[in-house]
Design a protein around this ligand. Structure first.
Ligand SMILES: NC(=O)C1=CN([C@@H]2O[C@H](COP(=O)(O)OP(=O)(O)OC[C@H]3O[C@@H](n4cnc5c(N)ncnc54)[C@H](O)[C@@H]3O)[C@@H](O)[C@H]2O)[C@@H](O)CC1
Ligand SMILES: Nc1ncnc2c1ncn2[C@@H]1O[C@H](COP(=O)(O)OP(=O)(O)O)[C@@H](O)[C@H]1O
Length: 283
């Protein structure tokens, strides 16, 4: 069975903060992303975590100046210290080939913890030996590399059946949730039915939009760390797609009542459209 994720599924797990909430209860997201080569990826993930409703965003990566220039609300430190992080995001905007020992040690510590970790891009190679609960977020190229590293056969990603089977097998091998990005994103947990989320406009295929997605997933996990990771991840993908539809002008429909053609967007536009997408579901 394959579950097609819907708008109603997403609405169900969003909530308006109440008088009993504080910044911590709304969700603390920790990001160790970005590098001297890719500072922008850190900015995009941090912006997305805030815009998706995090109450507190902690940044411990290598692009502190760029992150603070864009989002001074962010708490930037070398380590989490006593801050209780609800979800980590690692790997976006980093390259495993240029990782030094200090960085490896910091990432391995996060991956050995009991807090859920969104593992993207340059950290995917570390997932095989991790014990923390994880959501891996490869694109097709990274998915192939991940499977090869695990000794799994190459899969033909041209058909959805094969993509779903490949994601289910990888999730089961890792004991983690795997999210294969694409025009239809496939998610599978270590057990449970796989989920597919489609309907995002193809304008979303623009550099950095995956870095934005990492921040959204982190915020949704941190908002309720007890929820099944595949469910938080699916809601994040749906919201990310909806934000892209709003930002690109596709969401409004055309004068003929169909879908508007829309217009180009950049990844930061998607992050900035997240509050409107969330408000639309809450109203
Ligand atoms: N502004 C920024 O700082 C940005 C940083 N980024 C970071 O750049 C680093 C490299 O990521 P890239 O994805 O560019 O490069 P990768 O090194 O992951 O991918 C390179 C190769 O993988 C294959 N590939 C990539 N995407 C594919 C797809 N969707 N389907 C099939 N094959 C695909 C292609 O053969 C491509 O040449 C990551 O750390 C990423 O997070 C990117 O997200 C772009 C924006
Ligand atoms: N044709 C498409 N239609 C809709 N969404 C797409 C399409 N292609 C890619 N996407 C989405 O765009 C994002 C791209 O992420 P990724 O490949 O990691 O890019 P980057 O590394 O540049 O951030 C993912 O969320 C993916 O699902």
């Amino acid at each position: 069975m394959l579950r097609e994720w819907t708008r109603a599924d997403t609405s169900e797990l969003l909530r308006v903060p109440t008088a009993d909430d504080d910044k911590y209860s709304r969700g603390v997201v920790g990001l160790r992303t970005g590098s001297a080569s890719y500072p922008g990826a850190a900015v995009l993930g941090v912006e997305a975590a805030w815009r998706a409703g995090a109450g507190y965003v902690l940044y411990t990566g290598g692009a502190r100046d760029a992150v603070l220039a864009r989002r001074p609300e962010t708490v930037a430190r070398d380590e989490a210290g006593r801050t209780r992080v609800g979800a980590w995001v690692i790997g976006s905007g980093t390259d495993a080939e240029h990782r030094d020992e200090r960085e490896r040690t910091a990432l391995e510590e996060i991956l050995r913890g009991d807090v859920a970790v969104v593992v993207d891009a340059g950290a995917l190679d570390l997932a095989a030996h991790a014990t923390a609960p994880m959501v891996l977020t490869p694109h097709a190229g990274e998915f192939r590399r991940l499977r090869a590293g695990l000794g799994l056969e190459d899969v033909d990603l041209a058909t959805e059946d094969a993509r779903v089977a490949g994601v289910v097998e990888t999730a089961s091998r890792l004991g983690a949730t795997v999210l294969l990005k694409g025009s239809r994103t496939v998610i599978a947990g270590p057990d449970g039915e796989p989920i597919v989320i489609g309907d995002a406009p193809a304008w979303l295929s623009t550099a950095g939009s995956g870095d934005v997605l990492g921040g959204v997933i982190g915020a949704l996990i941190a908002a309720d760390p007890a929820r099944t990771l595949a469910v938080s991840a699916a809601a994040a993908v749906w919201l990310h797609g909806r934000a892209a539809a709003r930002a690109s002008g596709v969401a409004g429909g055309s004068s003929a009542g169909g879908r508007a053609a829309g217009h180009p967007i950049v990844a930061l536009d998607v992050a900035e459209a997240l509050p409107g997408a969330i408000g639309e579901l809450l109203s």
